[in-house]
Structure formats: structure tokens, C-alpha cells
Design a protein around this ligand. Structure first.
Ligand code: FAD
Length: 392
């Protein structure tokens, strides 16, 4: 990572990740990812450092820094092969509470979220709505001092392992609001994953080498106290924009980190592997794609830093949205490409367990689909930045 323009605190974060990765190294991570087991020890140790609560104010147990520092932490951990989907979902819950929670909610949830005692998953996706989140149907009906939640979510990462889930549900049916303002009628809840009526089924996936499992989550008359609704009723979608920006930037920096992890391996391999008379890295057909990957990942890092800075400085939402979307798009595409190049450079060894290259491919590929597919990002750029007609 480029530390030349970093503050002393940011350099300390990079230094911390290097020490951290000596204790929880890639081998440890692989041992968890292979059996899809959440790395609890790693999570708790990270909690002790205070960095899990990077963006949470110190009065609630956090580190009191910004998204740029979180970006640095996560990219630097990913450069050493350490990533989890919790690094993406958990900060979203924190930002939700920090920006929109009541004082009581902050005191209740944030300290444990920062210490690593609790882990938050995030649930918006539904099978019938997919990318079109306006069409979600999970419904929260107010009954006195609580809501009754019914519906189901899909692809919820780490749902079973998490203690709480941020759930986006409707509090007004789509039909009632669609002609007024389709962003209205959503509310956001913090739901205890052990609540009565909440159940889950694991979604079986192949190849995906990450510590978390994915789940379908069912809500069958789940009671959620009114005090666990975050923000105003029906205005949940407006709070989502902050969270989705964080989600995209965090996804971008983890992709860049993993991209650099495989690029480093490929460069080292290209220096050592001699098949004809020279190391294979002497051949332009090998060297240029590696150089291209390096350039691409540096560019992605620059734009991700710009996006995080825009978020931290609360710049115009249009500017934040522009850089955030560009960052997610280029980071996911360039990192995936870097992994493909690294496989090619390794030849047959790119598929061998010991070399730990192919292990990164599916994870990087998912980032072009989730948390938002890259086509939706291009739709955003086309429509909102270039002023072209809505294309879907
Ligand atoms: C590993 C993983 C982890 C995930 N974790 C979570 C989680 O923790 N919580 C959560 O809520 N969700 C999670 N998701 C869900 C993820 O956000 C969705 O898969 C994603 O939003 C796309 O929805 P979909 O799969 O239904 O695709 P669909 O909406 O069916 O889209 C399919 C494809 O159609 C294309 N497409 C769709 N709409 C358009 C359009 N308007 N213009 C152009 N092309 C379009 C895109 O290529 C897209 O990939 C996760 C997914 C994965 C794979």
C-alpha cells in the first residue's frame, strides 16, 4: 500500500496489520475458509485492537477514525490474504447506528460491536426482488410496542454466525407508495438472530473460498421491539444510501488487497521460474500483464481513496456516489483480472493447493455481482453522471 501520503495514525494501522497477520496468517484463514467456519478468534483479536470499531466514536468504544482508515485497515489485511464478509456487513450496522441511531441504541449496541463481542449481518436481498430492492416484500406490521416481521431474505452472509441482523423491511406495501415516492415505505430494524420465529437454511455454494456461509433467512411472526427500529418509520431507504456507499468502498478495498496479494505471488513466481533460459518474467507476454495489473490496482486504490475521502468529508452526495461507484467497478474488475493473470503466470501450478492462487478467484468474481452488480453501477454512471436516459 502507498504509505507516502499517510498520517502517522494511518501508518500505524498498516503496521498493526503486519503484526496481526503474523498471528492470524493466511494459513489460519484458509483453514477456516475451507470449512466455511467464521474466524471467531481472529474477529475477537481484531476487536481487542479497537479497529473493528474504526468509524465509531471513541465514546461508544470505537477508534473514532473515518472510512479512509477503515479502507487502509481492510486493504492491508486483504493484501495479506485476510478477508471476511463480516468486514463488509459489520461496518454497515455501525454506520447505521452512528448516523441514525438513538443515544440509547448507540449505548446498547456499539460497544459490543467494537469489542468484537457481537457481529452484525445485513439483510436486504430477496429472491423475487433481486437487484430491484424497491420490490422487497418482507413486511413489518406495527402492533403496539413492537413490530411483527414476516417474509424471507436470501444470500445473507454469516446470518447464523452473527448475533444481530440489520433487516430492511417494508412498513408500507409497494403499491401504496409507488406513485408518490417509491423510496418511502421502508424501515430498518435490528433483529436478534436468536429471536423466536427466525430460522435459516444454508445455501450451498461451490468454489467460494470465504469463511462465511450464505443463508436464506425466514421471518415467521418475529417480534421486534419498536426501540429496535433505527430512524423514522418509512424512511429507511434514505438511510440506506450512506450504508451502501460504505459497502461499495469496503468491497473495493478488499478486492484491491486480494488483487495485490495474488499479484505479489505472481511477480515472485515470475522471477524464480526458469523454463527456457530466463525467468519467465523476462518474457514480455508474462511481464506486461503483470505490469498492467499493477497499474490497474494502483488506479483502483487512488479512486477508492478519493471515494472514502469524499464520504468522510461529507461532500456532495453526487460526488460521493460517483467515486464510490467507480471505485467498486474498477476494483472488482481489475482485481479479478489480476487473479486471472496470476493463474496464467503460474501455469499448472495456479491450480495447485499449495500455491493458493485459484483460491482467490471466486471471491473476486462475486464482487462483480455483489453487493451490487457492475451493470447497475454503469446504469448509475450513465444516468446520473452522464445524464443519459434511464436504461432499464
Ligand atoms: C457471496 C454473496 C454474498 C452476499 N451477501 C449478501 C448479504 O449479506 N446480504 C444481502 O442482503 N445480500 C447479499 N448478497 C446478495 C447480492 O447483493 C445479490 O446477489 C445481488 O444484489 C444481485 O441480486 P440477484 O442475485 O438476485 O441478481 P438479479 O437481480 O437476478 O440480477 C442478475 C443479473 O442481471 C443483470 N441485471 C440485473 N438488473 C439489471 C439492470 N437493471 N441493468 C443491467 N443488468 C441488470 C446483472 O448482470 C445481474 O448480475 C450476496 C450475494 C453473494 C453472491
Amino acid at each position: 500500500m502507498d504509505i507516502s501520503r499517510m498520517t502517522e495514525e494511518q501508518k500505524m494501522i498498516v503496521g498493526f496489520t503486519k503484526d496481526f497477520a503474523k498471528k492470524f496468517n493466511r494459513e489460519y484463514w484458509l483453514s477456516k475458509a475451507r470449512v466455511r467456519e467464521f474466524p471467531v478468534e481472529m474477529w475477537k483479536e481484531l476487536g481487542k485492537s479497537g479497529y473493528i470499531g474504526m468509524m465509531v466514536p471513541t465514546e461508544y468504544g470505537g477508534a473514532g477514525y473515518g472510512l479512509n482508515e477503515l479502507r487502509i485497515l481492510l486493504q492491508s489485511l486483504a493484501e495479506q490474504g485476510l478477508v471476511t464478509l463480516a468486514f463488509i456487513t459489520h461496518p454497515m450496522g455501525q454506520i447505521l447506528l452512528v448516523r441514525h441511531g438513538t443515544e440509547e441504541q448507540k449505548r446498547k449496541y456499539l460497544p459490543n460491536m467494537c469489542s468484537g463481542e457481537s457481529y452484525f449481518s445485513f439483510a436486504i436481498t430477496e429472491a423475487d426482488a433481486g437487484t430491484n430492492s424497491y420490490k422487497i416484500k418482507t413486511f413489518a406490521e406495527r402492533e403496539g410496542d413492537h413490530y411483527v416481521l414476516n417474509g424471507q431474505k436470501v444470500f445473507i452472509s454469516g446470518a447464523k454466525e452473527s448475533d444481530h441482523m440489520v433487516v430492511i423491511a417494508r412498513t408500507k406495501p409497494y403499491e401504496e407508495v409507488k406513485d408518490i415516492d417509491k423510496r418511502k415505505g421502508f424501515s430498518i430494524f435490528i433483529v436478534d438472530t436468536k429471536a423466536k420465529g427466525l430460522s435459516m437454511d444454508e445455501i450451498e455454494t461451490d468454489l467460494l473460498m470465504i469463511p462465511e456461509k450464505q443463508y436464506i433467512v425466514y421471518f415467521d411472526n418475529v417480534k421486534v421491539p419498536v426501540e429496535d427500529r433505527v430512524g423514522e418509520e418509512d424512511r429507511g431507504f434514505f438511510y440506506l444510501f450512506d450504508l451502501l456507499n460504505v459497502e461499495r468502498i469496503v468491497t473495493a478495498c478488499t478486492c484491491i488487497g486480494v488483487g495485490k496479494y495474488v499479484l505479489n505471488k505472481a511477480v515472485n513466481y515470475a522471477k524464480e521460474r526458469i523454463i527456457f533460459d530466463d525467468p519467465i518474467g523476462a518474457y514480455q507476454a508474462v511481464q506486461h500483464p503483470l505490469a498492467r495489473s499493477y497499474v490497474n490496482l494502483e488506479l483502483a486504490e487512488l479512486v477508492t481513496e478519493r471515494a472514502a475521502t469524499a464520504f468522510d468529508n461529507k461532500e456532495n452526495p453526487q460526488i460521493v456516489g460517483k467515486y464510490t461507484n467507480i471505485a467498486k467497478l474498477v476494483a472488482s474488475e481489475f482485481a479479478y483480472k489480476a487473479c486471472d493473470v496470476a493463474i496464467q503466470v503460474h501455469g499448472g501450478y495456479g491450480f495447485v493447493t499449495e500455491y493458493d492462487i485459484i483460491t482467490c478467484l471466486a471471491w473476486l468474481r462475486t464482487a462483480r455481482v455483489a453487493p451490487v452488480n457492475n451493470e447497475m453501477i454503469l446504469n448509475f454512471i450513465g444516468q446520473h453522471i452522464l445524464g443519459l436516459p434511464k436504461s432499464y
